[in-house]
Design a protein. Structure first.
Length: 262
């Protein structure tokens, strides 16, 4: 039995999310269908991090096991020939049996894109969150700075979150303006359900002047979702990259990796 790791990108606009759901179109189901056709036998995949409906990925990582013998090129080209246009396999790589797409990951990075201009988007309508009133990116950057470190993010998780612990360690976070785009990037060892979108909602409120940067500490210490602003829309959210130990590195850099110029 061979274990294979796969890097994929997808536009989440037309999907109900990553996870297979009865009666709904999911990225997982489409990928498993494509890989199964290449393998000529059923294939099930495990991902690094599930994404919600409308959320995109620059480089999601999955693994699967199979007895089918194919070259990395055959897996990649074969899967892409069966996948819908909104999903693409970037690379495939044989990995040791102890590699696990989720549990071997050291950190995950997300990017949230806000188009901040008066005119609504056309080309990027389903790939950014549009805020037509001016946002103060400098205030948002100040508000993002205290996210660094280990915190209890109870106030920034979905009420549907089932994680046994609400403590997460944020390694890096930033907010910057690139012309009409405001880019929020955050890297952590793991994330709670809706955590990034809830943090983006807080930053948007700060940028609008509805909250002060210092309010982050107050909201965090409350450990109450009701104390934080509304969840930001899914369209602007991207799973940007997944980091693994040095023993395993993806064969190609992720598109739009954290910190890259847009």
């Amino acid at each position: 039995m061979q274990r294979i790791a796969v890097g994929i990108e997808y536009d989440g606009s037309g999907f109900s999310g990553w996870q297979t759901q009865s009666g709904a179109l999911s990225v997982q189901a489409e990928l498993e269908r494509a890989l199964s056709r290449v393998a000529d036998r059923p294939v099930g995949v495990v991902c690094a991090g599930r994404t919600d409906a409308g959320v995109h990925a620059c480089e999601q990582v999955v693994h699967f096991e199979t007895t089918a013998v194919r070259s990395p090129r055959a897996w990649t080209l074969g899967a892409n020939s069966y996948l819908p246009r909104g999903v693409s396999v970037l690379w495939t790589l044989p990995v040791p049996g102890h590699f696990h797409a989720r549990y071997s990951a050291e950190a995950r990075s997300y990017r949230y894109l806000i188009l901040n201009r008066s005119a609504r988007p056309a080309l990027s309508a389903r790939r950014v969150t549009w805020i037509h009133r001016p946002l103060d990116a400098e205030r948002m950057a100040l508000a993002a700075a205290p996210l660094l470190g280990e915190h209890d993010f109870s106030s920034f998780r979905s009420i549907e979150c089932q994680s046994r612990t609400t403590v997460r360690r944020v390694e890096a976070c930033s907010v910057r303006r690139v012309r009409d785009l405001i880019v929020f990037e955050v890297t952590a060892n793991a994330f709670l359900h809706h955590m990034v979108r809830n943090l983006a909602g807080f930053l948007i409120a700060v940028g609008q002047g509805k909250l002060a940067p210092a309010d982050f500490t107050r909201i965090l210490e409350a450990r109450d979702r009701a104390c934080a602003p509304a969840t930001a829309p899914p369209e602007g959210l991207y799973l940007a990259a997944v980091r693994y130990p040095a023993a395993f590195r993806p064969p190609a850099p992720a598109a739009f990796a954290p910190g890259d110029p847009l």
